[in-house]
Design a binder for this molecule. Sequence first.
Ligand SMILES: Cc1cc2nc3c(=O)[nH]c(=O)nc-3n(C[C@H](O)[C@H](O)[C@H](O)COP(=O)(O)OP(=O)(O)OC[C@H]3O[C@@H](n4cnc5c(N)ncnc54)[C@H](O)[C@@H]3O)c2cc1C
Length: 376
Amino acid sequence: MDLPEFRAGLDAWLDEHEPELRMEAGPDVAFDQEIEHLSKVKRTTYDAGWMRRGWPERVGGLGGSTLLRAYLGEALASRDLIEPGIYSMTEVLAPTMIEFAPAGLAAEMVPRLLRGDETWCQGFSEPGSGSDLGSLACRARRDGGSWHVIGQKVWTSLAQYAHRCVLLVRTGTPESGSRGITALFVDMDSPGVTVRPIRAMHGRDEFCEVFFDDVRVPLERTLGEAGGGWAVAMDLLPYERSTSLWHRGAYLRQRLGRLLASVPDGTIDPGDLGAVAQLAFALHARSRGTQHRMERGERLGPETSVDKVLLATTEQAVFDLVADAVPAAVAVGGDAAAGRWRTEFLYSRAATVYGGSAEIQRGIIARRLLGLGAER
Ligand SMILES: Cc1cc2nc3c(=O)[nH]c(=O)nc-3n(C[C@H](O)[C@H](O)[C@H](O)COP(=O)(O)OP(=O)(O)OC[C@H]3O[C@@H](n4cnc5c(N)ncnc54)[C@H](O)[C@@H]3O)c2cc1C
């Protein structure tokens, strides 16, 4: 199935099924309900075949171009049927599993993620290691047929809902840096795993602290080579800045449209609106190029940092425009009915942090793309 055929078929199917896939987000909708709703959307679109397009047949997909799944997320976000932040975990973690997990494990697990039967999380950041990921300290010791994991992760999105975790651990000496890291696929119900949700400022328990107290992980759950976890992380991070940003861009355009439709003419300064629209279209054009490079099978790398900087700038600009146009909608103690704008405005502040901070992205662009100064 090519893209035009997929688009026409999906659009017609969504016209018919949209009412059953809709959930009005808002301050009164608990995060638990949003997660449940996401599973329902994934399950329904998987069972109807749409969610399986663009993924290889060996992991339950129906094959076809990666542009098909880019369009699925775009269509769902444009119709306000998903929140792309939580939807994006599939785009971030499934490609890595397909590339690095033993074939049988990928074939068993990836369909569960695609269908929404399971939620997965990404255990990279630690209290002392965020931007400087190569310094991570959560340790795993090999004993017979298992790894034994001891340590802590933090800011692990959706860990309280997750069945599995793609976890980075240190298996080399403390001084081994990025060479002594291994990636594991961990069952979150393993004895010794403790999850503590953290309330973020937008009022959602978006992420968690996760503690590993001598957690046993079978050696067959190693992703890639033992000691090769850095390659897994470097492969995963560009995915975090590709299709999921395409979906988020579609969502931001939808929110901009919603803002324009909800305020009287003349409320928004045309110059401010023009500046935000320009950013949204620049992100669209840039991310479109990335989707096509991915479709051609090109390896994504540091150039996706440009996409991430554009996304963060656009996201904050959209919700700054909301704050200027309808201050009561984002003010603490303001109009409660407008609570969704407030939640989104507050969450947009995280856009320059999640998926690699804006400063780190600009450093990558300066050093690796523009050749300005040596790597440190
Ligand atoms: C909403 C959200 C969801 C997240 N989800 C996950 C998740 O699911 N899994 C996960 O593993 N992590 C997750 N994170 C964590 C995220 O990846 C880290 O917050 C991010 O990488 C920055 O690390 P840090 O918080 O330790 O800050 P630090 O690395 O301590 O940085 C602090 C400040 O210093 C700046 N800085 C640091 N080093 C440099 C440098 N070399 N040059 C210039 N400036 C520098 C940074 O830009 C930043 O402003 C999430 C974060 C957020 C906000």
